[in-house]
Design a protein around this ligand. Structure first.
Ligand code: 3PG
Length: 308
C-alpha cells in the first residue's frame, strides 16, 4: 500500500503551492490528502488516522494529534517557528520533526520594514510622518529573518545593530552590523526594535516593561515574531508611562481592541498573522516541506530535523 502525506492547514497555502506540493508527493509515488480551513480539532484527528507524513503551518500538532496518528513518521512545519508542534510527543514515538528554515523569511522581513514605515508615517496619516533613514534599527535575534531585516534596513540608510548570542559572529562582520553585548544595550540604542526570537520557554513573556522603557524617545517596537514573547501587562504599563512609545505587531494580542482604544495610532495589530502570507513564501515553504517529506521517506534524509 502507498504511503499517505496529509497537508493540514487551518490557514491554507496559495493554490500554486498546493499544486506544487501535490506534484512532488504524487511524483514520488505517494498519496496526498488535503485538509484545509478546518474549524474543529476533531477534523484533524480524523484526517491523521492513516497519515504517514504530515505537513502543517501554524496548526497545533499536540500529543492528542500524535496519538491519533499510529502510522505517522514525519511532521514538517512549512515555516520557521515550530512552537506549535509537541516535540516531546513526537520524539517519544520516533517521529521526525522538521521546519523549513529560510523559506518564508523574505516575506516576514519585508513586512517588518513595511511596518516601520507605516508607523513612521503615523499609520499613513498625511502631514504627520517621519522617515526611517538615519534612524537606529536594533535586531533581536539574527537568524534568517533578522539578517534580511538588517540588510534591508542598511539599504534604507538605517544604522543597524543586533543582539544574538547564538549567531556566528562572522555574519555581523559580513553585513557590517554592530554587535551588542547585552539585550538591554540593544533596546537603549534602537529607534526601531525588530523582534525575531522564537517562542520558547526561555523567551515567553520576556519582552516587557524593563526593556521597553529603556528605548529612546519616540521608539517603536516591531513584532513579527510571536505574540507569546510579549509580557502584555508590562507592555501596557510601558505604553501608559511613556506616551512617546509605539508598538506594531503581526500577531494581535488577546486584548488588542482595548489596546487600540487606549493608545490610538501608537499601536497597530494585523487582523490575522500575515507575515508569511505571500504567494512566494507559500510556494517556497510548501514545496520545501514536500521535498523534505519525500527525502526522508525515500532516503532517510534528516537534514532540518529539529528533534534529533
Ligand atoms: C513561521 O514561523 O514560519 C511564520 O510564523 C509563518 O507562520 P504561518 O505558516 O502560520 O503563516
Amino acid at each position: 500500500i502507498t504511503m499517505k502525506v496529509l497537508v493540514a492547514t487551518e490557514k491554507p497555502f496559495a493554490k500554486a503551492a498546493v499544486d506544487g506540493i501535490r506534484e512532488i508527493v504524487q511524483g514520488a509515488g505517494y498519496q496526498m490528502a488535503l485538509l484545509e480551513k478546518y474549524t474543529d480539532t476533531n477534523q484533524l484527528l480524523t484526517a491523521v488516522q492513516d497519515a504517514d507524513a504530515l505537513i502543517v503551518r501554524s496548526d497545533k500538532v499536540t500529543a492528542e494529534v500524535v496519538a491519533a496518528a499510529p502510522q505517522l513518521k514525519i511532521v514538517v512545519r512549512a515555516g520557521a517557528g515550530y512552537d506549535n508542534v509537541d516535540l516531546g510527543a513526537c520524539t517519544s514515538r520516533g517521529i521526525v520533526v522538521m521546519n523549513t528554515p529560510g523559506q518564508n523569511s523574505n516575506a516576514v522581513a519585508e513586512l517588518a520594514i513595511g511596518m516601520m514605515i507605516f508607523m513612521a508615517r503615523n499609520q499613513f496619516t498625511p502631514g504627520t510622518g517621519t522617515e526611517i533613514r538615519g534612524k537606529r534599527l536594533g535586531i533581536q535575534a539574527y537568524g534568517h529573518v533578522g539578517r534580511l531585516v538588517g540588510r534591508y534596513g542598511k539599504a534604507m540608510g538605517m544604522e543597524v545593530s543586533a543582539y544574538d548570542p547564538y549567531a556566528d559572529p562572522s555574519v555581523f562582520e559580513e553585513d557590517g552590523v554592530r554587535v551588542m553585548d547585552t539585550v538591554e544595550a540593544l533596546y537603549e540604542q534602537s529607534d526601531y526594535l525588530s523582534l525575531h526570537i522564537p517562542a520558547t520557554e526561555q523567551t515567553k513573556a520576556s519582552i516587557g516593561y524593563s526593556l521597553l522603557t529603556r528605548m529612546p524617545q519616540g521608539a517603536t517596537l516591531v513584532n513579527t515574531a510571536r505574540k507569546e514573547v510579549i509580557d502584555e501587562a508590562g507592555l501596557v504599563k510601558a505604553l501608559e508611562e511613556r506616551t512617546d512609545l509605539k508598538y506594531i505587531t503581526d500577531i494581535a494580542a488577546g486584548n488588542q481592541t482595548a489596546l487600540t482604544e487606549k493608545f490610538g495610532k501608537r499601536v497597530f495589530a494585523t487582523s490575522k498573522k500575515m507575515g508569511a502570507e505571500t504567494a512566494e513564501a507559500n510556494i517556497n515553504a510548501g514545496l520545501a516541506a514536500a521535498r523534505q517529506v519525500v527525502g526522508y521517506l525515500k532516503d532517510g534524509d534528516t537534514k532540518f530535523q529539529v528533534n534529533k
